[in-house]
Design a protein around this ligand. Sequence first.
Ligand code: 13P
Ligand code: SF4
Length: 378
Amino acid sequence: MAVLTENQPASVRVPEIEKGVGCDFESYLLVPDTSLDARIAAARDLLGERLVILGHHYQRDEVVKFAHFQGDSLKLSQQAAQAKADFIVFCGVHFMAESADILRQPHQQVILPDLNAGCSLADMADITQVEDCWEQLEAVGGLNVIPVTYMNSSAAIKALVGRHDGAICTSSNAAGIFRWAFARGERILFLPDEHLGRNTAYRMGIPLEQMVVWDPYKELGGTTLDKLRGARVILWKGYCSVHQRFLPEHVERVRQQHPGIRVLVHPECRWEVVERADDIGSTEGIRKKVEASPAGSQWAIGTEIHLVNRLAKQNPDKLVISLDPNVCVCTTMFRITPQHLCWALENLVAGQVVNLIRVDEETRRWARVALERMLAIQ
Ligand code: 13P
Ligand code: SF4
């Protein structure tokens, strides 16, 4: 393992690394962001092809600029599946790093620079609640349900879906996965984002009356046998706290303030917002649409603020603003700081893997079945 050498400028050297031992995160806390740039770049260079850094679009600029690949959760899972590097450092949230670990090759290790970078939406479906829901649906009998889970869910839920002939989807391939599921069963149980499930099904022509919400805290999900039998989609009661903040009045207000502006929102937004918008897109879809639009275009974007601000900066010939004037940040994505990235990389240089993400083998096996199904359906 290469360690930083005498030839490295002092600004990129840390004594522990020169001794070839790992270093504690605490020693990074007081280092200002800017002075870490050279150290992160040096560690990245030293690790060379042994390292790949994946960065989600919601990451802050100071972190995402070091990513070898930037993308939405689908694109990053494809990159993780193809990666050759020994170390996959995932600048994103826990379920993304877990998915990379599920798809990795035996020699690879996946690292999440801050283990506290979770996802409040993924946390809204607990495996025991989902198992209970599945048992109740089976007990009803004759429902012929195919389980589909959003990428934003735990590995245990992905494994349950894999075991029961279901698949995973992301916000950019949900419609394709729904079509695949409807070719195999009469109903979909969609976990854990109520809004993505409703928006996807509605856009495929399924009326709202044929969707029911499953509330895990209520008897039979708070619904009835008749409603379940009449439903094509059973929506888990979960939501993203960032996207649920966008409201129909924001769409109306921005249209009044900027006549002619186009409203483009992520499908995790409420149905009432999506219906008033001009278009929907995953984070990658949003990026592509804004970039492909002609100079002078005006966009009000309903998604996390780091991506909106980056798009505004990268497209100075267009107006790109947030749909909600009150900043909408994903606080868990924000947990990955340059300090965390530097700490993770310098430890790798010192031969020490910190914040390793490991999914147990049995869970991994079935979750991989569901993830590979998704990747094959593209
Ligand atoms: P994407 O599928 O667009 O990457 O979205 C992931 C996410 O967490 C959005 O909140
Ligand atoms: Fe999870 Fe929402 Fe953050 Fe996406 S924006 S990672 S769904 S909390």
